[in-house]
Design a protein around this ligand. Structure first.
Ligand SMILES: [Zn+2]
Length: 304
């Protein structure tokens, strides 16, 4: 990917590194409990289910990840309110890169909304309202989805229409999930933007009759993957996305599939299997048509 000459989005917020440690946010167990209490239709909806893959992973791996994200590192040592983007050269590059990817999602989705090339769920589809990307370290407060720590991974909060990412997640992807590369990072942003698009078109809260909550969640997640693919298709030329970049994205989709994270019981999947995630991403990427991303039109969740 080449980003040098591209527009940087201003829909970007640097929340600072906070007070360090994990004190500012909800403990992860509390967050999980809230998600379970609220269920699929709760206020945390799609954003929280993104996080659930990381919540449900095996204890040993989770501990390792928590250590990576929160243990005694740069975050804990940072001064209150210090800029996340200025905290390290790696963070600076991640912030800059994120703003380029976000800007390209704005261009793609503004065009799709204008042309009304979207799955139809009966919701009003006016002009695209771009979301804001918030970078934080350690913990963050949202405008309507409560507090969260970095442990939950990147997430989207529909109440304030913001995406939340701790740049250390990229490092985690590379080292722990073996999904390196800048396009894999772009895929994460495009997936969260996909949840925002779902919020606008009205698919993010759907629960087809006969689906369990987990199956409905899988539909939402696979659709977000497909919408990320649509962005990839439309940005292929402008960002010079190569076959190698595409392999990175599919590796990322594979690495964060439920089965790769150690969930062997398909009924408990909330994101879909690795194969499903890569396939739906590919469907969006190959067609460039968001209307091909209608996971809710698939009659039975077992056929997704
Ligand atoms: Zn998601």
């Amino acid at each position: 990917m080449r980003i040098e000459d591209h527009r940087r989005s201003d829909n970007f917020e640097d929340r600072g590194t906070g007070r360090g440690g994990r004190g500012g946010g909800l403990p992860i167990q509390a967050l999980v409990s809230i998600v379970r209490l609220l269920g699929f239709k709760g206020t945390l909806i799609a954003g929280a289910v993104c996080a659930i893959a990381f919540v449900l992973m095996p204890a040993g791996l989770r501990q390792a990840l928590l250590g990576t994200l929160t243990g005694g590192g740069r975050g804990a040592a940072s001064a209150p309110g210090a800029s996340v983007c200025a905290a390290s050269p790696a963070n600076g590059a991640a912030c800059d890169f994120s703003r380029v990817v976000l800007a390209s999602t704005e261009d793609v989705w503004a065009g799709k909304f204008q042309a009304r090339e979207l799955p139809d769920y009966g919701a009003a589809r006016n002009a695209y309202q771009a979301p804001t990307l918030v970078v934080f370290a350690n913990s963050v407060s949202t405008g309507g989805c409560g507090g969260a720590t970095s442990d939950v991974g990147p997430f989207y909060c529909p109440a304030d229409q913001k995406l939340y990412i701790d740049p250390s997640f990229y490092d985690l992807m590379e080292r722990r999930l073996r999904a390196p590369g800048d396009f894999a990072q772009a895929y994460v942003i495009a997936h969260e933007v996909g949840h925002h698009v779902q919020h606008l078109i009205g698919s993010g809260r759907r629960k087809p009759e006969g689906d369990t909550s987990n199956q409905a969640s899988v539909r939402v997640e696979l659709q977000a993957d497909c919408l990320a693919g649509v962005w990839g298709h439309r940005s292929r030329a402008t960002l010079q996305i190569t076959d190698e970049d595409l392999r990175e994205a599919l590796t990322a989709a594979h690495a964060i599939g439920d089965d790769s994270l150690g969930h062997s019981d398909e009924r408990k999947f909330t994101h879909g299997s690795s194969e499903q995630r890569a396939r739906w991403f590919r469907r969006g990427f190959d067609s460039g048509d968001a209307r091909q991303c209608d996971t809710f039109a698939v009659r039975s969740a077992s056929d997704l």
